[in-house]
Write a protein that binds this ligand. Structure first.
Ligand code: ZN
Length: 119
């Protein structure tokens, strides 16, 4: 009985430490960007340009952002912005991933709390 309680407490402590680690390892939240990069071929609109005959310019990098079902926005990304944009997108994924893991831990901790009060 006491052994089981000890183990439970230790596991909870491990979960809390894991949670703390995840929170500490968060990339800078200010350097995040939601969206995905894709390549696009563009028409510039200049009359007589090769693109008006179907030979489009590109590939150019485009950031596509989903706003909701069937709604997207985005914009072109300059070559000199590309590295930063890639890093920000990776940071966003990491923040999201860590928040998801922290949520999982917190759900587990809440569940244990509930079980404890039942006794
Ligand atoms: Zn053109």
């Amino acid at each position: 009985m006491t052994e089981r309680r000890g183990l439970t407490r230790l596991a909870a402590l491990a979960l809390q430490q894991r949670r703390q680690g995840l929170a500490r390892q968060l990339p800078p939240v200010g350097e995040t960007l939601r969206g995905s990069l894709m390549e696009r071929y563009m028409v510039c609109g200049k009359p007589g340009c090769k693109c008006s005959r179907g030979e489009r310019h590109g590939p150019v990098c485009y950031l596509s952002v989903t706003l909701g079902p069937g709604r997207t926005t985005g914009g072109l990304v300059a070559d000199e912005q590309l590295q930063r944009v890639r890093r920000w997108i990776a940071n966003y994924q990491q923040v999201k991933d860590h928040l998801e893991k922290i949520s999982e831990i917190n759900r587990e901790l809440l569940r244990r709390e509930r079980q404890k009060t039942k006794r």
